[in-house]
Design a protein around this ligand. Structure first.
Ligand code: ZN
Length: 285
């Protein structure tokens, strides 16, 4: 990276969770730094790319930084459909068993895998819509027969029973503001399904056996910070499941990434304290 060009597009920020500005270095990747908030222990990229740069990357799937192009469009992963089917089938079993139609919105729908999982579980007559700001991903998800809005979530777009927020927490610079918009799209007593990693629960960078995904990822929470965000936005946490992702398959993938020169930290399979947090929460009425 050309850091001189890059630095003109960076700005220093306070902690996105608690607002204080005391922090300590935690990790680095591709010339970007992750710090830990002394007050609430959130991890966040600081200095951060300016909001117009983040917006362009989110819409186009490309970061133009320091004269380099970083493609962050990733790809469709069909096995995610089975994964989310199995998790949602259990976590929202009461919804499926009730037989009542539901309005489900998936924010940051990506290639549509989560919405496809919901489509296979939802009672007849249910309305399922994805919201995806990246044009390329939105077009690809539509090819799966899904209804996708190519935009950000705006206040009052929906009156949903459930909004899913899967693997997008780390992409959102201000999750407090985002949750305010989410609440303005839920029915009274509406619910969310949130999935994110618990990176901030790890003491050291070396305990995370993968790459951080900077600068596309901007914020990393742990369970206390996620609970704080949700509580302050008016949600009651109903259930938290913790899923480990450091099995042998993940290890093999990390080895391949390492051989390709990606910034991966290799760990011993089944030794990491890193978990995916799968959370069901309900808006207090
Ligand atoms: Zn903080």
């Amino acid at each position: 990276m050309n850091m001189d060009v890059l630095s003109t597009n960076l700005e220093s920020i306070n902690c996105p969770c608690c607002g204080t500005n005391s922090n300590t270095p935690w990790g680095e990747e591709l010339g970007f730094s992750v710090v830990r908030c002394i007050e609430c222990r959130l991890l966040y990229v600081n200095p951060i790319l300016k909001s117009n740069c983040i917006d362009v990357a989110v819409r186009e799937g490309l970061h133009s930084i320091g004269g380099n192009q970083l493609d962050v469009r990733s790809r469709r992963v069909p096995r995610k459909i089975r994964y989310y089917q199995s998790k949602l089938k259990v976590m929202f079993s009461d919804l499926w068993q009730s037989g009542k139609r539901i309005d489900w919105v998936d924010v940051g729908a990506g290639y549509g895998e989560t919405l496809e999982a919901v489509r296979d579980l939802a009672p007849p007559g249910s309305v399922l819509v994805g919201v995806e700001p990246m044009k390329y991903k939105a077009e690809m998800a539509r090819k799966q027969g899904l209804e996708i809005r190519n935009s950000y979530l705006e206040p009052g777009m929906f009156q949903a029973d459930v909004i899913s927020i899967v693997d997008i927490f780390s992409h959102i610079p201000d999750f407090h503001s985002f949750l305010q918009i989410v609440t303005k799209n839920l029915k009274t007593g509406g619910e969310i399904f949130l999935e994110t990693g618990n990176l901030a629960d790890l003491a050291l960078r070396s305990e995370f056996p993968n790459e951080l995904g900077l600068p596309d990822h901007l914020v990393f929470a742990g369970e206390p910070q996620v609970r704080r965000y949700l509580t302050e936005a008016g949600f009651d946490v109903i259930q938290i499941k913790k899923q480990r992702v450091d099995g042998f398959l993940s290890f093999c993938k990390s080895v391949v990434k390492k051989l390709l020169g990606r910034p991966v930290v290799l760990g011993i399979p089944y030794a990491s304290h890193y978990r995916q947090l799968l959370i069901r929460a309900r808006l207090r009425s």
